[in-house]
Every structure is written in structure tokens, then in C-alpha cells.
Design a protein around this ligand. Structure first.
Ligand SMILES: Nc1nc2c(ncn2[C@@H]2O[C@H](COP(=O)(O)OP(=O)(O)OP(=O)(O)O)[C@@H](O)[C@H]2O)c(=O)[nH]1
Ligand SMILES: [Mg+2]
Length: 243
């Protein structure tokens, strides 16, 4: 896929401040410093679009970037950064959880894992939460330029062994390096395929719905958004969030 324009839209502190839900979105999540902002820039083909820093906890808001005027990349704050003030941390966590659970135009989440590390408890817990909440995600093992290919494969195998059985089938798995641009075409392929899938679903839905599928007005939230399957799912009592 060719990206001819990549433009910063806005930074949102919470779900209510996010832009309209008319464009499909692809979000990056993972531990602080795992390389979310770097990967976003690599995919967009624009260095400096999202701000990158060696200091963990750098991205503190939900940042939206519009690609080709038709879809968005979304840079989320990382989890697992111990040095953010407790009050700020819970605000970030809440905003990220709200975004992941309620954003109706969220097509795929890219859950980033450092390929140089054996399975980390916080990543396993986060992936378990994504799977249990039916949030559509793929796993992306980052920074492959920093370790040997054998080490990357060993760490991926250890991680997938731990998560097997958490969902009906294993999530799709990718590797990438923002430094060498390894993985770019595969990840853009995920985006392209997901958008094509969403288009087919939208076309199927645009047919006259059967009478029993008409949505009563009381099911429309205050924002006027249609309630998605994920919205209703997320209203169930939620187990304590591990991150
Ligand atoms: N060698 C190498 N370094 C990388 C790669 N991706 C990111 N980095 C470095 O890792 C550090 C963190 O990168 P970011 O992209 O800011 O990470 P982040 O996940 O957005 O971090 P937060 O916003 O703090 O959550 C920076 O110093 C990057 O230059 C990569 O693929 N290879
Ligand atoms: Mg960042």
C-alpha cells in the first residue's frame, strides 16, 4: 500500500475528545519504550510524525494521524511505566481502556512486544485482557535489529506457548524493526486486508436489516453512536485491569 499523505490530527486526553468515528483506525499499544511511536512513523514513512524518545512514558495522550485522508493510525500511551504519578497513570490507563473497549471504528490493535525479552508478566496480562474482551489484535514483536534471529524466534515461541488457549486461535504474529523497516509491507498488508474486510461487512450491513435487527433508540448512547458488540460486551463487570 502506498501512503501519499500522513497528517497529525489531534491529541486526545479521553474518549470524548477523540475525532469522529467515520475513518477506520489502527492503534499501537504496548509497554512504554517498546517502540510504538517509532513503528507508527516507519509505517507512515514519515520520520518525526509521532514523537519518539528513549525516556519511557513519553507518549501521554491518544494521538491520531490520518493516512491518505481515509484511515488513521493511533499512537497510545504505553503501560507499565512505574514512574508516572499514580493519579496521572490511572487517567492514562482509563483513557486507553475506554478507547480500546468503546471505539466503534477501531479495526485492529497492534499489540507490541519487545522481541529481545522473554515473556513479561505485564505483557501476558495485557494480551489476556485483550483476548478476554474480544478486542481484535495482532502481536508485533519489535526491535528485531537488536537481537539475533534465533533469539527473536525463541522469545516468540515462549510467548505463544504461554498464550495458547486464551482465544479460539492464536493471534496473527509479526516482527518488525523501525530501524531497518523490516516488517513494513506485512503490517501495511494487515491494514489493507482489515479495511477490505470492514468494507465488505459495511456493504452487507447497508442492506435493509430484518425487522428484529432494528436498533431501538434507547440503545443509542449519549454520543449518538450505534452500540457495537464490543460496547455491550464491555459493560459487563470488568475484572481488575492488570496495567
Ligand atoms: N534499535 C531499535 N530501536 C528502536 C526501535 N524502535 C524504537 N526504538 C527506540 O526505542 C526507544 C523508544 O521508542 P518509542 O517509539 O518512543 O517507544 P514508545 O513505545 O512509543 O514509548 P512511550 O511513548 O514512552 O510509551 C527510542 O529510543 C527509539 O529510538 C527499533 O526497531 N530498533
Ligand atoms: Mg510513544
Amino acid at each position: 500500500m502506498n501512503i501519499s499523505s500522513a497528517i497529525f490530527d489531534r491529541s486526545a486526553p479521553d474518549l470524548d475528545s477523540c475525532p469522529d468515528e467515520f475513518l477506520p483506525e489502527f492503534a499501537f499499544i504496548g509497554r512504554s519504550n517498546v517502540g510504538k511511536s517509532s513503528l507508527l512513523n516507519m509505517l507512515a514513512g514519515k520520520r518525526g510524525l509521532a514523537r519518539v524518545s528513549p525516556t519511557p512514558g513519553f507518549t501521554k495522550l491518544i494521538n491520531f494521524f490520518t493516512m491518505n485522508n481515509t484511515w488513521r493510525l493511533v499512537d497510545l500511551p504505553g503501560y507499565g511505566f512505574a514512574h508516572v504519578a499514580r493519579k496521572d497513570k490511572s487517567q492514562f490507563d482509563q483513557a486507553v481502556a475506554d478507547y480500546l473497549e468503546h471505539r466503534t471504528n477501531l479495526c485492529r490493535v497492534f499489540a507490541l512486544i519487545d522481541s529481545g525479552l522473554p515473556p513479561q508478566k505485564i505483557d501476558l496480562e495485557f494480551v489476556e485482557w485483550l483476548a478476554s474482551d474480544s478486542i481484535p489484535f495482532v502481536l508485533v514483536f519489535t526491535k528485531t535489529d537488536k537481537v539475533t534471529a534465533t533469539k527473536v524466534q525463541t522469545n516468540i515461541k515462549a510467548f505463544t506457548d504461554r498464550i495458547s488457549g486464551w482465544s479460539v486461535k492464536l493471534p496473527e504474529i509479526f516482527t518488525c524493526s523501525a530501524t531497518t523497516r523490516q516488517g513494513r509491507s506485512e503490517l501495511l498488508g494487515v491494514i489493507e486486508a482489515a479495511m477490505a474486510e470492514a468494507q465488505v461487512e459495511a456493504q452487507a450491513e447497508s442492506g435493509q436489516p430484518p425487522q428484529d435487527e432494528v436498533i431501538p433508540p434507547e440503545d443509542l448512547p449519549a454520543t449518538g453512536r450505534r452500540v457495537s458488540a464490543r460496547d455491550t460486551h464491555a459493560r459487563r463487570p470488568n475484572p481488575a485491569r492488570p496495567w
